[in-house]
Design a protein around this ligand. Structure first.
Ligand code: HEM
Length: 507
């Protein structure tokens, strides 16, 4: 009995010593760590800062601890960067060193431990996936191949809204219809397919599974198992749910989309001599046939586009509409520009967006104030690194608070105001492609968003057509839409999908 107690005491002392060495290794002379709140054993700063590390809470912490600070979340290091200079260092100058992605138990499930592109570490696999995906998805040729399809989809939204008389009186939750539009925009590119209506059973299944995937990955619920590995057994139920969603979802992609396209490819003439253009999946399947990627990688391409492209663009459209409803004078000014430049009733097309500076300014301002990915997708350094004069231990999660960079009052005039004019006046040189490190809605550098080339024209066409065809207002009895935000691990969207009154303009 006594021996057993002694053994336990010795074991505890040994564990404490190991923990002390680990902490002193980080805090000790060898490492000069960034400032931050003082961590307590086991939990680190977790109990002090809580789970919801959204862009606003991290902005408050930056005001206390500076433009670079460190949080210990259980056993994980989290480094938050909040100045244009340090953002440049992470994303550009030391883009290779900080070009990996953090993984966690949940993302490991959804990405098959990094077999995808978005969440994989920086290296050979990422380079190959990014190269293989560029031609099918991320070039101007793709925009030209599909822009008429996007214009058609926006036109269908306008027609459906006009068909529903309630839209003009009680209002409608426009997001639901726009969601179908975004699925169609992306499924045209991927598979040359579209869904006929919101009741299409396949669309409904996809929507539910993608929604679940997003909810499970963005939730803070699993933090404890991620931060403190010995608690991981308690996550068993959560991880089981993740596995089920992942498997059902990939099977759906395979059975209903990828295999269909394979069958069609079998009947296609070589090099598309029949005149039909290849869709993205044809290119991806070519890469598989050449042995560059395997069947799982093909499915993860579909998974990545489903998570990275559809909701992000949809959230941005939703935010733009909400801001235009809450700022009728801006909405009117935009409508005047469309009427004047294009002529009344002439529907905006992708090439027109280039000669509509106010439309572009409205979109830029939406992406500034309501950034869909306000902390970028978390970066990570595989090796020990240096940043801003501090040591950054290997495998730290690096968050660039892009939202704060674009909303810092010392860098922007009245940043809390929705004022598109800023992008025609004092910020007229600032573009969304990262030419200014204060404004990075798509990131910049190696891991920046390749989808910007598609997202901007889709936003322009959709927002432009809505404003041309409708006067958008809050529902009766409400003077403004509720723009409360909802954040996740790194996403930001509107909390309540707004009901919007859309009064048709005579065409
Ligand atoms: C308004 C819409 C969008 C916004 C605001 C947005 C924003 C972002 C941001 C901030 C990142 C991370 C950058 C970083 O970590 O440094 C990212 C990554 C990515 N985005 Fe987008 N995105 C949008 C639309 C799209 C679309 C339409 C696609 C695809 C068709 C796409 C595909 C990707 C991919 C594949 C990555 C990962 C790149 C990598 O890790 O190498 N995004 N996006």
């Amino acid at each position: 009995m006594d021996l057993l107690i002694l053994e336990k005491i010795l074991l505890s002392l040994f564990a404490a010593a190991v923990a002390a060495i680990a902490v002193s290794k980080l805090r000790g002379k060898k490492f000069k760590l960034p400032p931050g709140p003082i961590p307590v054993p086991i939990f680190g700063n977790w109990l002090q800062v809580g789970d919801d590390l959204n862009h606003r809470n991290l902005t408050d912490l930056a005001k206390r601890f500076g433009q670079i600070f460190l949080l210990r979340m259980g056993q994980r290091n989290l480094v938050v960067v909040s100045s244009p200079e340090l953002a440049k260092e992470v994303l550009h100058t030391q883009g290779v060193e900080f070009g990996s992605r953090t993984r966690n138990v949940v993302f490991d499930i959804f990405t098959g431990k990094g077999q995808d592109m978005v969440f994989t570490v920086y290296g050979e696999h990422w380079r190959k996936m990014r190269r293989i995906m560029t031609v099918p998805f991320f070039t101007n040729k793709v925009v030209q191949q599909y822009r008429q399809g996007w214009e058609y989809e926006a036109d269908e939204v306008v027609k459906d809204v006009r068909k529903n008389p309630e839209s003009a009186t009680k209002g409608t939750v426009l997001r639901h219809r726009l969601q179908l539009m975004m699925y169609n925009n992306m499924f045209r590119i991927m598979f040359d397919r579209r869904f006929e209506s919101m009741k299409d059973p396949l669309f409904m299944k996809l929507k539910v599974l993608n929604g679940e995937r997003s909810r499970l990955a963005q939730s803070f619920e699993y933090n404890y198992g991620d931060f403190i590995p010995i608690l991981r057994p308690f996550l068993r139920g959560y991880l089981k749910a993740c596995k089920e969603v992942k498997e059902t979802r990939l099977k759906l992609f395979k059975d209903h989309f990828v295999d269909e396209r394979k069958k069609l490819a079998g009947t296609r003439k070589p090099e598309n001599k029949d005149g039909s253009l290849k869709c993205a999946m044809d290119h991806i399947l070519d890469a598989q046939q050449k042995g560059e990627i395997n069947e799982d990688n093909v499915l993860y391409v579909v998974e990545n586009i489903n998570v990275a492209a559809i909701e992000t663009t949809l959230w941005s459209i939703e935010w733009a509409i909400a801001e235009l409803v809450n700022h009728p004078e801006i909405q009117n000014k935009l409508r005047n520009e469309l009427d004047t430049v294009l002529g009344p009733g002439v529907q905006v097309t992708e090439p027109d967006t280039q000669r509509l500076p106010y439309l572009q300014a409205v979109i830029k301002e939406t992406l500034r104030l309501r950034m869909a990915i306000p902390l970028l997708v978390p970066h990570m350094n595989l090796q020990d690194a240096k940043l801003g004069g501090y040591d950054i231990p290997a495998e730290s999660k690096i968050l660039v608070n892009a939202w704060y960079l674009a909303n810092n009052p010392s860098q922007w005039k009245n940043p809390e105001e929705f004022r598109p004019e800023r992008f025609l006046e004092e910020e007229s040189k600032v573009e969304a492609n990262g030419n200014d490190f204060r404004y990075l809605p798509f990131g910049v550098g190696r891991r920046s968003c390749p989808g910007i080339i598609l997202a901007l024209p889709i936003l322009g066409i959709t927002v432009g057509r809505l404003v041309q065809n409708f006067e958008m207002m809050p529902p009766p009895g409400q003077s403004k839409l509720d723009t409360t935000e909802k954040g996740g691990q790194f996403s930001l969207h509107i909390l309540k999908h707004s009901t919007i009154v859309l009064k048709p303009r005579t065409s």
